[in-house]
Design a protein around this ligand. Sequence first.
Ligand SMILES: [Zn+2]
Length: 481
Amino acid sequence: MARDERGVTPQSEDFSAWYNELVFKAELVDRGPVKGTMVIRPYGYRLWELLQADLDERIKETGHQNAYFPLLIPESYLKREAEHVDGFAPELAVVTHAGGKELEEKLIVRPTSETIIGEMMSKWISSHRDLPMLLNQWANVVRWEMRPRMFLRTTEFLWQEGHTFHESRAEAVEEVERMLDCYRELAEEWLCIPVVPGRKTESEKFAGAEYTLSIEAMMSDGWALQAGTSHQLGQNFTRAYGISYSDRENALQHPFQTSWGLSTRIIGGVIMAHGDDSGLVMPPRVAPVQVVVVPVTRSNDAEGAAAVEAACARIEAGAGEVRLRVDRREGIRPGEKYAHWELRGVPLRVTVGARDLAAGAVTLTRRVDGESWTEPLEGVAGRLPALLEEAHARTRARAETMLRERTVEVSSLEELGRAFAGEPVFANAPFCERPGCEEAVKAAAHALTVRVLRRDRSGEQGRCLACGEPSSEVALIARAY
Ligand SMILES: [Zn+2]
């Protein structure tokens, strides 16, 4: 099919062009008028709603309550935690005028909400009986973006930010792990994206945190995407914001705090982890349209057309909870309809044609691997949930195979450099965490970074790939979005 009908540069030809064209052609987004802003179109927003609904349920099941804090934050709030304000200063949008005059105190459009939530907590928390305080908010935030890219880096984006306060460090440590695990489950079980959980190095942690955990996902070009983060803030902010409580012995204490977030960036991950030359490949559980039914009729066969329409209506009526659409658009050839829905990544296509129907059958085509087969029309609607689960399993298995096949073990900077001479990979290496060694890793090949110190291999004894000194962590090294 000609490129203008297909719509996008093949992924295999130019991954970056493929992505940049696909987000618009698949009608996920449009550009906003202000640089770096995006309009999330209905197809993209439905995807967000579906994964948001799952994550929201996990957040509530783990004991958190949703709340909402204001968009505008007094500038003085940000200045109370020095490391925090330094980290965010270059990305802030500042309101200087409102109500027709210059403001006495400038207002910050929230880049994140630790400061305003900290201020409110100093009022809400006074006794150990107020703890743990387990809050989450769904919101938009603004971080001025000089090099925008749809979903991956936009000036304004949507996310959830969890904020919790605890009596002990041990409880906060547990919370940070628990929520990272929620993100891992969302990524793996709902989005079919296998991830590597781990701890960020000092230079990559959240501004003001004691440490940051993240999940790292492999995109199909071999680059990594940080897909969710969970921060142990210790008592840094609770001291700075004067949050204290009287403990069980009636002594005044600062609570331990965590925060954790997952944003619309994850949609970029869905696109890049699964998409192919023909467009998106939606993971079935979050696909806005899970099944598309395409009627195939001949213009001179009115009787056949009536039978085809009756079969389509029957499938539609029996679909139940399945998000199914019958493409009845007139004047568009079936081939164009196939390409239209392939580009949008619909997991299953049911083709209903007069010839198949004469034999009591319809043709199914699975998006993830292009496999086609016939199914009896009788009861096909009822089998769709199982067929979608099969598509889910194949989507996940394919991503897992890619991650496994493109992960390598290296033990020296030379090996690291060689590993990145060709197609990008995920490289595991023993690592001592010294800043000098991190710099050496970054310099070993173009655009390398230490993504995380792997959770699953923490404590593994080895010798740092850069300095050769004893190490007890394994770094995941990759190029990253
Ligand atoms: Zn070292």
